[in-house]
Design a protein around this ligand. Structure first.
Ligand code: CUA
Length: 190
């Protein structure tokens, strides 16, 4: 080899440039990965209803499983948990009146049979969409006793305006006393 070795400073410059270029690629790859993650998770969540994703077959909803008619309404489980199951369909909720206790966590599980419905309970934070094929579920605690209106809040057709149910929030002692006497709780006549 006759070629002279390049001067030391030229060599270290080449090393620095190579290192810088390598880091440009590494940082570029990290940024690209983060953007890709944002896009993928964004699309993934956008394609799902807002609540936890649990599916149910609309065709057999009335015939078997959790949402058959005699399983709708409020139950107090052996573990002390209060669960409300309901169905929305044009243009009513089943059941039409729901009994819940105040000051106790209440889990709602609901779905729709025909169109997208939704509900909000009075001025509380109980608020969800009901989408055919999906089970919407959330847990809330009602602070005040009394009767609340529960209107459908997703436009679901010509009868949308008239679609609503009632929610009776009972003092916890009264609720527990009534819950022991029967499996499903029905509203107090008022
Ligand atoms: Cu159901 Cu609007």
């Amino acid at each position: 080899m006759t070629a002279a070795t390049p001067p030391a400073h030229a060599h270290s410059e080449a090393v620095a440039i190579a290192a810088e270029r390598r880091w440009v690629y590494v940082v570029g790859a990290i940024i690209a990965l983060l953007i890709l993650m944002m896009v993928v998770t964004g699309l993934h969540w956008a394609s799902m209803p807002p609540s936890r994703v649990e599916t149910v077959d609309v065709k057999t909803l009335h015939l078997k499983g959790e949402f058959v008619e005699n399983n709708l309404g409020t139950t107090l489980g052996t573990d002390g948990k209060v669960t409300v199951r309901l169905i929305a369909q044009q243009y009513a909720f089943m059941p039409q009146c729901i009994v819940v206790p105040a000051e106790m966590p209440v889990t709602f599980r609901g779905t729709a049979t025909d169109a997208i419905h939704g509900f909000v309970v009075g001025t509380t934070n109980a608020n969800t969409m009901l989408i055919p094929g999906f089970v919407a579920t959330f847990t809330t605690t009602f602070k005040k006793t009394g009767e609340q209106l529960m209107p459908c809040h997703e436009y679901c057709g010509t009868g949308h305006e008239a679609m609503w149910a009632k929610v009776q929030v009972l003092p916890p002692q009264e609720f527990l006393a009534r819950a022991r006497s029967g499996e499903r709780l029905s509203c107090v006549a008022s």
